[in-house]
Design a protein around this ligand. Structure first.
Ligand code: ASP
Ligand code: MG
Length: 423
């Protein structure tokens, strides 16, 4: 049994969906579960819709029409007839009913988000499933919310493995054994029976959850790149494909911000020794990358460059000149955690603590509110974080990226060099 994951870019247009069909038709037979994301950039549009709905903005109607016409164009391009289109239309009508009603004042932003945004995946999978059936690639659509059971934490739900695994095993596995099944990434259902989502770009993780529960033989993530590269090819002209990675190397790369694989994806696969393939849907004959435990540590020689733009730098110093040690660090980390900020790089000295994180005004203000009484807080914006994983002293590439830019923070560990560059 195999699990395939197709992301938004692979289904962004009628032509792209046709290409997915070509990719599928060229695969060997055998039980297959296909996990698909929302089409193109629809999740971003649905986020705008949530915002408009939540704040009762008139633009909500326009955004909904945009979402509708985007999908209609694709179904028309795929020549899905009216009879088959009604299921897509039903979902759009359901979405329209939600946003036309007045919002329940007691409901939170994140709850409304999880009510609205999953429509992207629901509609996308309906279209793909319908099209594939139409061209003779028989498959069955199922609702992932019946199988991926999560905590009720909206927008960042945690999977409840003890609930989900038996369900997937007893009810989904027999279906996949009989026929190819298509389902949604990114979405689940809380114990309160309401929708949840797993965090942006969470469809890779969904594929890993299903693979874990199904004891799949492999997972393949189909992408618009050749596989995992040692740098973004748009930025590094000599970027090369990494043919093999160990699970730990993949986890580390994801930790430092390599965006090819969602960070949570690897752990469930590692636990069951399920290999992960990252392959190109543009040229499926290319070998791509395989992530598996006993991969020789190919990275020993390959340096990987990971760039994170749009960083904020914050400097925190104790007002009473007390050292930044256990007690103060506890307060500082608690504040970061409460403000929902993830640190990308940190450094502390006797009486100050510096850290960089993805710029976000709301979160930064929340952080400052939490710290202000005990600490002097200074912040600035306009930085890029460069991580060189598997750093060696070959400085050529590095000099090219750093050029004449000033370095605001620098940190070296045994496996990585991190530089915070001033833009
Ligand atoms: N559609 C969701 C997103 O864009 C999930 C995913 O694509 O993995 O974040
Ligand atoms: Mg996506």
């Amino acid at each position: 049994m195999r699990v395939f994951k197709f992301g938004g870019a692979s289904v962004k247009s009628a032509e792209a969906v046709r290409n997915v069909a070509h990719v599928l038709q060229r695969q060997s037979d055998g039980p297959l579960l296909i996990v698909t994301s929302a089409m193109g950039k629809i999740t971003n549009k649905l986020e705008l819709l949530v915002d408009a709905y939540f704040h009762s903005k008139e633009t909500k109607k326009m955004i909904l029409e945009d979402v509708r016409s985007f999908h209609q164009e694709i179904t028309a391009g795929l020549q899905i007839d009216e009879f088959d289109y009604y299921e897509v239309e039903n979902l759009l009508i359901e979405l329209e009913c939600i946003i036309e009603k007045k919002r329940d004042e007691s409901s939170s932003y994140d709850t409304e988000y999880d009510r609205i945004v999953p429509f992207g995946e629901l509609i996308s999978t309906k279209i793909v499933s319908t099209y594939l059936n139409k061209i003779g690639y028989k498959n069955r659509w199922i609702d992932a919310r019946n199988f991926v059971i999560t905590t009720s934490k909206n927008r960042a739900a945690n999977v409840l493995w003890d609930e989900s695994v038996p369900l997937i095993n007893s009810s989904l596995k027999p279906l996949v054994e009989r026929q190819t099944v298509i389902t949604q990434g990114f979405i689940g259902r809380g114990l309160n029976h309401k929708n949840t989502t797993l965090g942006r770009e969470g469809s890779d993780y969904s594929a890993a959850i299903f693979a874990y529960a199904l004891d799949a033989e492999s997972v393949t993530i189909w992408k618009d790149v050749d596989g995992v590269m040692n740098g973004d090819p748009r930025r590094f002209d000599d970027a090369v494909l990494i043919p093999k990675l160990s699970y730990n190397e993949a986890i580390e790369l994801a930790y430092y911000g390599a965006s090819v694989i969602h960070p949570k994806t690897i752990q469930p696969l590692k636990n069951k020794d399920i290999p992960l393939y990252v392959k190109s849907f543009i040229d499926p004959s290319m070998p791509g990358t395989v992530v598996l435990e006993n991969a020789s540590r190919t990275l020993n020689e390959t340096q990987c460059y990971i760039v994170k733009e749009n960083q904020s730098l914050i400097k925190i110093a104790s007002k009473d000149f007390s050292f930044i040690v256990e007690d103060n660090l506890e307060l500082i980390f608690n504040a970061f955690n409460k403000a929902g900020i993830q640190l990308n790089l940190m450094q502390n000295s006797a009486i100050s603590f510096m850290a960089c994180f993805n710029a976000d005004e709301l979160k930064r203000n929340a952080l400052i509110d939490l710290l202000e009484s005990k600490f002097d807080v200074e912040w600035s914006m306009g930085y890029t974080l460069l991580t060189v994983f598997n750093y060696s002293d070959d400085k050529n590439q590095l000099d090219k990226v750093v050029a004449s830019r000033k370095i605001a923070l620098e940190q070296k560990s045994s496996s990585a060099l991190q530089l915070l560059l001033v833009d």
